[in-house]
Structure formats: C-alpha cells, structure tokens
Design a protein around this ligand. Structure first.
Ligand SMILES: [Zn+2]
Length: 175
C-alpha cells in the first residue's frame, strides 16, 4: 500500500506532510545548531535584523570535507553562503531565503566564530519591496561583523593554511 491521498492539499502551515528538502546524497541537511545561533543574533540585534522576521530562513549544513581553502577574497564564501530559494520552490517550501555552512568548518569553530559567520551570512540577506535581496559587503566582511568580532576570519584562514601545509607534508613522497 502506498500512502493515502485524499486529494486535498494542505496549505503548508505545519499540519501537512513535511516536504523533503534533503537531496538523496544528503549533501545538504537542516542545521538546528545554526538555527539557534541565527535566532539569538536576530533577537540580540533586533533593529539591524528586523526585516528578517518577514522571512522563514532555511539554514543548512553542507556535508563532506571542503576543498583546501583558497587565498582569494571570497574566503568566507567558501565556508558559508547565503542564497535565495528559486521562485519555483518558494511557495511549496515556504522558504524564500537562507544560507548554508560547511558542517566541517562549523564543527571546528569556537562559539564566537560561529556567531561571526552566521552574522556575516544574515547581513547578506536584505529586503526590497517585501522580498529578500542579496546584499554585498565592501572587502571581505561587513563592518558590523568586524566591529563585534574583530578580524575573526584571519584566525580561520591561518588555521586553513596550517591544514594545507600539514596535508602537503603528508603527501610528499617518501625518499
Ligand atoms: Zn560575504
């Protein structure tokens, strides 16, 4: 027997069946840990993030081991990235916008680094005419993040560089 279907669609207010948002290979999964950090930030910075209360945020972990960190200016975006949900999926999922984080990095981050990263991604989500709009930052980070957390990404970069060195040593041929 398959699942019963009475022909009526519920309108997605929580009573209906959960839509499966995870790809078969589990590349992205829901991230309750990130939800908690984001919710706390939105509550703490209530004015800055007031517009985010208009949206259901879809916050995800990206699974797997990230490639070696790059030296480019998009370093933070290699760890996490904000996105808009394609219009086709907005009405059926109830989500318009969100961000994903490599779980590998999140696991290695201290609480302050997690907050800084989440704040960075939340600041990428603006609003225009009631719809989410992707916001850009000047250099590598938003001024507000630097003001609160300093140059947090420098320590992450250093760690990434050390990892790369270590990996390089490991892969040198024995001779
Ligand atoms: Zn960014």
């Amino acid at each position: 027997m398959g699942r019963s279907n009475n022909g009526h669609r519920r309108n997605g207010n929580g009573a209906g069946p959960q839509l499966e948002l995870v790809a078969p290979d589990q590349q992205f999964v829901r991230a309750p840990d990130v939800d908690r950090v984001a919710e706390a930030l939105i509550a703490t910075h209530a004015v800055t993030f007031a517009h985010l209360r208009n949206f259901n945020l879809l916050l995800l972990f990206k699974k797997g081991t990230p490639p070696k960190a790059e030296e480019s200016g998009s370093f933070i975006h290699a760890i996490a990235r904000a996105f808009k949900v394609p219009p086709l999926w907005q009405s059926v999922t109830g989500y318009e916008v969100g961000f994903w984080v490599w779980e590998w990095w999140w696991d290695r981050f201290a609480p302050e680094q997690r907050e800084a990263l989440a704040m960075h991604e939340l600041l990428h989500i603006g609003i225009s005419g009631g719809k989410p709009r992707m916001e850009k930052h000047d250099v590598e980070d938003f001024a507000l993040v630097v003001r609160h957390y300093g140059r947090w990404s420098d320590s992450v970069k250093l760690y990434a560089q050390q990892l790369s060195l270590f990996e390089a040593e490991q892969t040198q041929p024995v001779g």
